[in-house]
Design a protein around this ligand. Structure first.
Ligand code: CP
Length: 305
């Protein structure tokens, strides 16, 4: 493993498998009544969040605490960032406080990469702009592996707003590394121009892709990142690219439905599909803690006890 986790592309197949296997071991701790391990006692993990988050921020905090690390939570709101302090000066301040790992979420693609040049500790990308979200891809792969047994030759269909999705990019990279076959389904306006160079297939026809899928991962329509009209209306988007009960019925019986959250219920996914037995959405959140424990454990070099 490298010192930082900034992109899913940083992970070789062996690295990714080590993280998933370590998470399997650590999942047993989560099943105990006392969930804590002394592994990272005396280490400090800083959660540096410049963008809103529920799942990622809380699960990194829970993961670090379950490994007995000291946790400092920083959010841009209410900090000296609002007085104009730069990312570099913020990073140097955290460095002075002895951060062993900095978990960063930032609206600018590339911010974690910059940060890695300024701090001595490990940097973990918790989502940078529209670029990457590698721990989301790891928890998704972990969830798929637990449900399906293996990722080798599994057919994963990722649907929706690929253009603004750091989750999609990280998933395509990691799933390809792990031997899965990925198809992206989206309207042409919601695909990045570089998608032809990604290691996946592209389709505009969700109904054709569904019967061939072991996994259907729905993406949130990221209206907050849209400064133009990318589709005629929410209703039209939902009609062509939303996963409803009728479309669920076209998937193979043992295929699963995923969504990284937060969801737009009724738009990219119907509420009854999000809450059905084949949905892994709640499981993904629980697995997020386990995967982040594994990442912190491996980056900070703890030993299991
Ligand atoms: N999936 C995800 O990154 O969710 P949050 O924005 O709530 O962290």
């Amino acid at each position: 493993m490298r010192r930082h986790l900034i992109s899913a592309a940083d992970l070789s197949r062996d690295d990714a498998t080590l993280i998933l296997d370590t998470a399997d071991e650590l999942a047993r701790v989560s099943d105990r009544s006392i969930k804590k391990l002394p592994t990272l006692r005396g280490r400090t993990v800083v959660n540096l969040f410049f963008e809103d988050s529920t799942r990622t921020r809380i699960s990194f905090e829970a993961a670090a605490k379950r490994l007995s690390a000291d946790v400092i939570n920083f959010s841009a709101k209410g900090s000296s960032v609002s007085k104009g302090e730069s990312l570099k000066d913020t990073a140097l301040t955290l460095q002075a406080m002895g951060a062993d790992a900095v978990v960063i979420r930032h609206s600018a693609s590339g911010a974690p990469h910059r940060l890695a040049n300024w701090v001595d500790g490990s940097v973990v990308n918790a989502g940078d702009g529209t670029h990457e979200h590698p721990t989301q891809a790891l928890l998704d792969a972990f969830t798929m592996r637990r449900r399906l047994g293996t990722l080798e030759d599994r057919r994963v269909t990722i649907v929706g707003d690929v253009l603004h999705s750091r989750v999609a990019r990280s998933n395509v990279l990691l799933l390809n590394t792990l031997g899965a076959q990925v198809t992206l389904v989206a309207p042409p306006t919601l695909l990045p121009v570089t998608v032809e160079s990604w290691p996946c297939e592209v389709s505009y026809d969700l109904d054709a892709a569904l019967p061939k899928s072991d996994v259907v991962m729905m993406l949130r329509v990221q209206s907050e990142r849209m400064n133009a009209a990318y589709f005629p209306s929410a209703r039209e988007y939902s009609r062509r690219y939303g996963l409803d009960r009728d479309r669920l019925a076209r998937m193979p019986e043992d295929a699963i439905v995923m969504h990284p959250g937060p969801m737009n219920r009724g738009m990219e996914i119907a509420a009854e599909v999000a809450d059905c037995a084949r949905s892994t959405i709640v499981e993904q959140v629980a697995n997020g803690v386990t995967i982040r424990m594994a990442v912190l454990y491996l980056l900070l070099g703890g030993e299991t006890q």
